[in-house]
Design a protein around this ligand. Structure first.
Ligand SMILES: NC(=O)c1ccc[n+]([C@@H]2O[C@H](COP(=O)([O-])OP(=O)(O)OC[C@H]3O[C@@H](n4cnc5c(N)ncnc54)[C@H](O)[C@@H]3O)[C@@H](O)[C@H]2O)c1
Ligand SMILES: O[C@H]1[C@H](O)[C@@H](O)[C@H](O)[C@@H](O)[C@H]1O
Length: 348
């Protein structure tokens, strides 16, 4: 984020240590976790204020963040002179209105994924940023900072395994809210694989298909699991198994298949137990332990203004492909994505 970089430079020039005061909107699981990281694990930042409709929850996070202010109005937080940048971790449907308010106020904003659940909502954000004239928005696709994914990309980009042909993704959660629509598996969960596939290969997804086996009896009527088949511009085939009621734990892994070899991204930690005829490794209950380092690096990058995070365009593109996948799920047919061309603000 250019603004945060400028603040840092100003601090360096005057010899003062500048701490950016972050306002957090939404202090549920992710908002609380980001507040903890900003307070304890990220340098150059503090939590300046929080808002959540659940005032008690907001108060608890503020107290654990060194006594941050609790705002009664999210727009007052966004407009406050004591808040340098905003982190949005409220529910998906609320992201658009808060991101637009941040852009209107000229404040850098890190918005949890998805940027917005609809392409229309994402497009309104692109228009607002274009009218502002520079990038303010970062999207919380934290896998771009996960050491496993960055290693995999380095091997691929270094040419060590040659031309990529296929990638197999597995994304499993232990349990989801019973009966959620099948589309939510795509827009809320598989959207990570849509982003990471674009990022890994540096190209767009052009065609999608979605297959469903008989649904798990544990899914309360949801079409779960699903198998997404994606084709990229150069002809790489990516399959994504998304299974949000897998019961046994949280797991994300993948295997890249290329002309000269394969690269496997397995689930950390590396420690495993051999005992009584078994070789076992503990699995986390959710994404926070699995991607702890990715969240920390993502936040540090945002605070430092290095700008490696996903842009509003990346947020738009992921939602655009997700919408094509939802159409493919509903029709049972293959869909051509037809991605619009990238606006000038996001080129290069
Ligand atoms: N990057 C990741 O790996 C990751 C992981 C989990 C969740 N997420 C995303 O983070 C966001 C939050 O997810 P969560 O798991 O923390 O959910 P959560 O339900 O635990 O928290 C959401 C919070 O938003 C608050 N909220 C509801 N309506 C609001 C409004 N109008 N204004 C402000 N706050 C409002 C709720 O009171 C709640 O405290 C979601 O968009 C989700 O998709 C990202
Ligand atoms: O909102 C969460 C989050 O984005 C996690 O990273 C993902 O693994 C889950 O499937 C999803 O429900």
């Amino acid at each position: 984020m250019r603004f945060l970089a400028e603040v840092a430079q100003a601090g360096a020039a005057t010899g003062r240590h500048v701490v950016k005061r972050i306002g957090i909107i939404g202090t549920g699981i992710m908002g609380a976790d980001h507040a903890r990281l900003l307070t304890d694990a990220v340098s150059g930042a503090c939590v300046g204020g929080v808002f959540d409709p659940d005032a008690e929850r907001a108060g608890g996070v503020a107290a654990r963040s060194g006594g941050a202010r609790v705002f009664a109005d999210p727009y007052a937080l966004i407009g406050d002179d004591g808040i340098d940048a905003v982190l949005i971790a409220s529910s998906d449907a609320t992201h658009e209105e808060y991101v637009l308010a941040c852009v209107a106020a000229g404040k850098p904003v890190l918005c949890e994924k998805p940027l917005a659940p609809t392409t229309e909502g994402c497009a309104r954000i692109l228009e607002a940023e274009a009218a502002h004239g520079s990038r303010l928005v970062t999207v919380g696709f934290m896998r771009r900072f996960d050491p496993g994914y960055t290693d995999l990309k380095a091997v691929l980009d270094g040419g060590e395994v040659g031309i990529p042909l296929m990638i197999h993704h597995v994304h499993r959660n232990p349990a989801a809210v019973p009966g959620i629509p099948g589309s939510a598996l795509i827009t809320n969960s598989a959207v990570h694989e849509l982003d990471i596939t674009r990022w890994l290969f540096g190209e767009e997804i052009t065609e999608v298909a979605v297959h469903t086996p008989r649904p798990s009896g544990r899914a309360g009527g949801t079409r779960d699991p699903q198998l997404l088949i994606l084709t990229t511009e150069s002809g790489v085939l990516a399959d994504v198994e998304i299974f949000v009621n897998a019961r046994y734990g949280y797991e994300v892994r993948c295997e890249l298949v290329a002309e000269e070899g394969t690269v496997t991204l397995d689930a950390p930690p590396p420690t495993s137990l051999r005992r009584g005829g078994l070789h076992a490794r503990e699995l986390p209950a959710d994404w926070r332990p699995r991607f702890a380092e990715a969240y920390r690096l993502e936040l540090q990058d945002w605070i430092d203004g290095t700008g490696r995070g996903a842009t509003a365009w990346d947020g738009f593109a992921a939602t655009y492909v997700a919408q094509a996948c939802v159409a493919a799920l509903e029709s049972g047919e293959r869909h051509v994505v037809g991605m619009p061309s990238i606006p000038r603000l996001y080129r290069g």
